[in-house]
Design a protein around this ligand. Structure first.
Ligand code: SF4
Length: 455
């Protein structure tokens, strides 16, 4: 069978699609491109914003048009949080939740055998026997999402330099604007053995950067009874084990939530020489008032404490973040707090978004929602402020030596590019031939395009 995939959303979704490709490939199915004509289309959806829902619906319709005879299976966060809405989209055959990836081949086989039987029922229809081609739903309630679904070692990673490893699933922090806990269930951790086996396999294959990802990665190992050979240090268990693997590679953390970590937590990470000096630390807002409304359990000062700890360890520690503009009730003063936080931290990248009302979340029920035009104006201001601090951060890095992992040759800039450990996109200014996956020590010389030049 020819199978095509389309994935929306985060690194976890992309990782799970790679895992699913591996599961089907091992069953000798042919994985084809998402624009190819296939017998089965699998859409791995996202529901983090209303825009993500809309895009998911668009792709479902687009794929069915490619081959109306094909089976269309929808999985992921949108199908978990709104299964009936997804099932109502014309052409959808199977809808599964976020914790069912391993069972998808079985559901497809069962569907196909029922379909072939019902072609017998074609005759049945002549005989007026009811047609049961309702979409098939395989959805557990989010409260039932209790186990970590092992999908085995990834076999077909896309790039050849960096690879993601999913180590954690779910989140139980219930930030008032977030739909994720209802899509992914409570936090569950993957077994350290399984993570280490995958890391070793990737290093053996020549990968140079391993990125640890999850829905709320910082919650790794937070289950009450979780321990590994008596070690209860959560994510540090994984980092310390991977740090011991022989080989010239580095470890990057995809994101850590300030709802979980604090300054003591980060100081524990400094002893791992393979760990990149970069952290994605979602602030979401700089206002204590709005942090409270968001049900995010830290203050602006707690956040700045973590930043001071990181900068004390390495003054050029790369910090990236997410900030929401226009959360219900956000006053001009609250918004100014987000702008001043950006200045005070000196982020190397700020991702700013309009608040998106998610039905089923507490914030959706809140009063004084902000007008879309005001939200967009504030998001634009946040992005501008982020670009200014990124420039200041880059300026501060001029003359420093960093290690760059070469990714590719940039034709437009006619030079090799890659990222430093502290997450600066670097354009290598000499004409030497490099290969993708090679580490190069460079002196950062000037701000250039969306990053810096390195010699
Ligand atoms: S920490 Fe908050 S924002 Fe992040 S996934 Fe959990 S509930 Fe959502």
């Amino acid at each position: 069978m020819k199978i095509a995939f389309h994935t929306l959303g985060c690194k976890v979704n992309q990782y799970e699609t790679e895992a699913l490709k591996g599961i089907f490939a091992r069953k000798e199915h042919e994985i084809v491109g998402e624009n190819d004509v296939a017998d089965l289309y699998i859409i791995n959806t996202c529901s983090v914003t209303s825009l993500a829902d809309r895009k998911s619906r668009q792709y479902i319709r687009r794929m069915k048009k490619k081959n109306p005879e094909a089976i269309v299976l929808v999985t992921g966060c949108y199908s978990q949080t709104a299964p009936d809405e997804v099932a109502a989209i014309e052409g959808v055959d199977i809808v599964t939740g976020t914790n069912e990836k391993r069972n998808i081949p079985k559901y497809v086989d069962e569907f196909m055998s029922r379909r072939s039987n019902s072609s017998v029922s074609g005759i049945a229809s002549i005989l007026d026997i009811p047609d049961n081609s309702e979409p098939e739903l395989h959805i557990l309630r989010y409260e039932e999402l209790e186990t970590y679904e092992e999908t085995g070692i990834i076999t077909l990673p896309e790039s050849r330099t960096r690879a993601y490893i999913k180590i954690q699933e779910g989140c139980d922090r219930f930030c008032s604007y977030c739909i994720i806990p209802y899509a992914r269930g409570k936090s569950r951790s993957r077994s350290p053995i399984s993570v280490i086996n995958e890391a070793k396999a990737l290093v053996e294959k020549g990968f140079k950067e391993i990125i640890l990802t999850g829905i709320n990665t910082a919650l790794y190992g937070s289950e009450p009874d979780f321990e590994y050979k008596g070690d209860k240090r959560g994510i540090e268990i994984i980092i310390s084990l991977i740090n011991e693997i022989e080989g010239d590679f580095r470890i990057r953390l995809s994101s850590l939530e300030p709802t979980v970590i604090n300054k003591d937590y980060v100081s524990g990470l400094f002893k791992y020489d393979k760990l990149c000096h970069h952290i994605h630390l979602s602030a979401q807002t700089g206002s204590d008032n709005i942090l409270g409304q968001m049900n995010r359990k830290y203050s602006r000062e707690d956040y700045l404490d973590i930043v001071r700890q990181l900068k004390a360890f390495d003054p050029h520690y790369g910090i990236t973040t997410d900030i929401i503009a226009g959360f219900p009730g956000e006053s001009d003063a609250d918004f100014r707090d987000s702008l001043t936080l950006i200045d005070e931290v000196g982020f190397c990248k700020v991702h700013a978004f309009n608040y998106s009302k998610r039905p089923g979340t507490k914030a959706a029920e809140m009063k004084s929602h902000i007008a879309p035009a005001v939200k967009s104006k504030r998001t634009a201001e946040l992005i501008k402020a982020g670009e200014q601090t990124a420039k200041l951060f880059f300026e501060g890095c001029i003359g420093t030596m960093r290690r760059v992992l070469i990714e590719e040759f940039d034709v437009a800039a006619s030079c090799f590019i890659g990222y430093t450990d502290n997450y600066i996109k670097t354009y290598i200014s000499d004409t030497k031939q490099y290969s993708s996956g090679e580490f190069v020590d460079v002196i950062l010389t000037e701000i250039y395009k969306d990053g810096m030049r390195g010699e």
